[in-house]
Ligand binder design. Structure first.
Ligand code: FAD
Length: 303
């Protein structure tokens, strides 16, 4: 979107999506269908996750290529450093840019299965701040393209799992900004105040880059538990109970919660909303329709 690319303050609400590479052929077919609908909604970008330890590196690149070649959406590549050396990371950045993708979300990545934060492989991996710099260096090697592409980083409204204080989180985000990050996307959270309080503290600490709230409309009790573990907070009791009463599956409840949360965030000044799609278009498009951010409606063709 010209608005986001120009880095100006948005005067109207915008949105973006996250998808992950499919693990089976059938899932890939369904995902192809979903991203067509997502793209038709006109997002600022569609981000593609990157497996810990490069496990689905080829699948991520395939999906980025698919978005680039078969949709109108701007693809944004998540990239992680955990378990990789700088040279391998550099090659991966160039492979992604060779595919025509120049926007990145620079991450350290979760410890690979079986390893903890203390393992030398994890502790010795370049950080997300290092990755922001590596991406800038790779861009500088392609002078014709230096004005293309933006680098995003992660932010944690409820604290990074290793953080001991809010000030540590803010210092780390400031360090990523100083390294050249142009915007941030948050980890999941449940309450508007968690995001708005964090953004306000970040501004006081000198963070100037836009911070996009990450939201996921959940359908099942299992997804709600997963979000709670990522958010580092228990899910709202009302939502837990309502999902359980519905037999553990109630997509409309997740949509309703996300719409209400998104309204409070946008009213509170959020520049845009980033929706974790779980590779489905129906629920995130229902959220956007409810927020009146879809014009014209890409599915039904309604204005
Ligand atoms: P970094 O900011 O580089 O942090 C790494 C290390 O820095 C930490 O281990 C710690 O030593 C230190 N540190 C960072 N912050 C603090 C702090 N506040 N206080 C103290 N120490 C700190 N993971 C994937 O594998 N693939 C993905 O595609 C992916 N996508 C994501 C998208 C979003 C929007 C978010 C929020 C997370 C995503 N993750 C993904 C998860 C992410 O990789 C993990 O949360 C990871 O543990 C940290 O990554 P980071 O880039 O924030 O790490």
């Amino acid at each position: 979107s010209p608005l986001l690319l120009a880095g100006t303050a948005a005067t109207y609400a915008r949105f973006s999506f996250e998808v992950f590479p499919a693990r089976t052929g059938a899932a890939a077919l369904a995902l192809g269908h979903a991203v067509q609908h997502l793209s038709a909604a006109g997002p600022d970008f569609i981000s593609v996750t990157y497996g810990a330890n490069g496990s689905n590196r080829d699948a991520s690149l395939d999906l980025l290529r698919y978005l680039r070649e078969h949709t109108d959406a701007l693809p944004l590549a998540h990239l992680t450093t955990v378990g990789e050396d700088r040279e391998t990371i550099r090659e991966t950045i160039h492979a992604i840019m060779d595919a025509g993708v120049h926007d990145f979300l620079a991450l350290r990545g979760d410890p690979p299965r079986g390893l903890s934060e203390d393992d030398a492989v994890v502790a010795g991996s370049p950080s997300s701040r290092d990755l922001v710099e590596l991406i800038a260096e790779a861009r500088a090697e392609r002078p014709a393209l230096t004005s293309v592409g933006r680098t995003a980083v992660a932010a944690y409204p409820n604290g990074h799992p290793l953080s001991r204080s809010r000030s540590e989180d803010l210092e780390w985000l400031l360090a990523k900004q100083e390294a050249g990050a142009q915007f941030a996307i948050t980890q999941l959270f449940f309450e508007a105040e968690e995001y708005l309080g964090f953004v306000s503290d970040a501004a006081d600490a000198g963070v100037r880059i836009p911070i996009l709230p990450g939201l996921m409309p959940v359908s099942t009790s299992a997804q709600l538990q997963k979000v709670a573990s990522l958010a580092g907070r228990p899910a709202p009791e009302r939502l837990v109970r309502a999902l359980a009463d519905a037999g553990g599956y109630a997509p409309e409840l997740g949509v309703e919660h996300t719409v209400s949360l998104a309204r409070q965030l946008l009213d509170g000044g959020a520049p845009s909303i980033h929706l974790y799609t779980f590779n489905r278009h129906e629920r995130v498009l229902a959220v956007l329709r409810e927020l009146e951010l879809l014009t014209p409606d890409p599915v039904a063709g309604r204005p």
